[in-house]
Design a protein around this ligand. Structure first.
Ligand code: GRF
Length: 208
């Protein structure tokens, strides 16, 4: 009897309404913040972490959090294996958290307005192909901007060009080194991305 109840509890838990797959290429600090935020959420759960880099720290973070983690190569994403994993896990929404590749058209079409990304600057400034990591913060410093921040946006077929859902800014001191700017922006990301993901999903903007 006890086993039956456990089974029902497990099934109910595993079938939360909204099921996120996180794509990450690197360290995975944002992925970690997202796992933590949704750990006990009543209707949203992270079910999958996918990475194009088998050495990505994000994979280990997911495994430590009890989330299925898989890496894939170019063939696997271009030939549909990754798409099948998304079907297998009944994923409803995709969250990019430091994913450095373009999302293939087949996945974009299957998840219209249901893929979100975060960029560590105030788009349209300091965005586009090749603008990631410290390059972004070095460019902010070089430009002499007195503020920077984060942009959370929907994903389309171009780098950093989808509809903007939220921007949050922070000051830049003239004496800041790029590393200091990066640390401030990283904190903004962790404090805001999970909440904006939740609002996006629950508002229905990203609903099927
Ligand atoms: C973050 O700065 C995010 O804005 C960008 O990639 C970085 C990922 O960092 N898209 P992490 O791997 O989550 O630490």
């Amino acid at each position: 009897m006890c086993e039956v109840i456990q089974y029902i509890a497990f099934f109910a838990h595993s079938m939360k309404t909204f099921r996120i797959a996180v794509f990450a290429s690197g360290y995975g600090s944002n992925a970690g913040a997202i796992f933590e935020y949704f750990k006990h959420h009543p209707s949203i759960e992270v079910v999958l972490l996918l990475s194009n880099d088998p050495g990505a720290g994000a994979l280990n973070r997911a495994r430590a959090a009890g989330i299925e983690a898989r890496s894939f190569d170019y063939e696997q994403i271009s030939q549909g294996n990754v798409f099948h994993w998304l079907e297998e896990f009944e994923v409803t929404h995709i969250v990019l958290a430091g994913y450095l590749k373009l999302v293939p058209t087949s996945i974009l079409r299957a998840f219209p307005d249901r893929i979100i990304n975060i960029h560590p600057a105030l788009l349209p400034k300091f965005g586009g192909k090749g603008m990631y990591g410290m390059r972004v913060h070095e460019s902010v410093k070089r430009a002499g901007d007195r503020e920077t921040g984060i942009t959370i946006h929907l994903v389309n077929e171009k780098y950093d060009e989808g509809k903007i859902l939220s921007q949050v800014s922070c000051p830049v001191d003239i004496n800041d080194e790029p590393e200091q700017i990066a640390a401030r922006v990283r904190q903004l990301e962790h404090n805001n991305y999970p909440r904006v993901i939740e609002e996006w999903i629950l508002s229905g903007l990203g609903k099927r």
